[in-house]
Write a protein that binds this ligand. Structure first.
Ligand SMILES: [Zn+2]
Length: 200
């Protein structure tokens, strides 16, 4: 005899695939949906079904977007000569929240991590180099996290980009060492963008 109905068990297992969700939280979320009207669950399921069909990667900056190019790349009032390099779309959102950055972005979709088999070919490095070689980019602001892999990625990018005719800058200090930039408060992050320094 199943104590938990199989349909509920399947939902609990689905929630457990998400990062940071253990059995207890997954059960709470599933029961919460069950207590609400069926329409809520239908809308939730529809959002999940549409996720991959409506969202793609912007072919210019590689963030998630419903349009290609994304609204940031397509915006006429943003500075296309300045490109901020981030690890993932969540970091882009954190910088956008500061409202102090009006340039473009480049999303790497990861960081270099030789131990996990992630080299430059596994993240969007080649695409960044191609963008810089196209000539419109005058400054690349590297905004990877100050974690060990984030720093290693920044060093690698500085080496590669310094061979090209482009100014390379980094976020100024203020972001604590070891911190993922998504978790920096928006004032600290805004200050770090404003006071960015040339990367050597
Ligand atoms: Zn874009």
């Amino acid at each position: 005899m199943h104590v938990v109905p199989p349909a509920l068990e399947r939902l609990i297992e689905s929630f457990m695939q998400l990062p940071g969700i253990g059995k207890k939280t997954a059960t709470r979320l599933a029961l919460n949906l069950l207590r609400k009207p069926a329409e809520n669950s239908r809308q939730f399921a529809e959002s999940l079904l549409n996720l991959h069909s409506s969202i793609q990667l912007c072919s210019c900056c590689f963030t998630f977007s419903e349009n290609d190019p994304c609204t940031i790349c397509a915006a006429a009032n943003r500075n296309s000569e300045l490109v901020c390099v981030v690890e993932e779309p969540g970091d882009l959102l954190a910088i956008e929240k500061t409202s102090s950055y009006r340039g473009h972005y480049h999303v790497l979709h990861g960081v270099l991590s030789p131990i996990d088999g992630i080299g430059p070919a596994e993240i969007k490095v080649r695409e960044l180099v191609a963008r810089v070689q196209n000539g419109t980019v005058k400054e690349v602001l590297i905004a990877t996290s100050s974690t060990v892999p984030g720093e290693a990625t920044a060093s690698y990018l500085i080496d590669v980009l310094n061979k090209l005719p482009v100014k390379v800058t980094r976020l100024a200090c203020g972001i604590p060492m070891g911190m993922d930039i998504k978790y920096a408060d928006k004032y600290t992050l805004a200050k770090a963008i404003e006071a960015r320094s040339t990367a050597k």
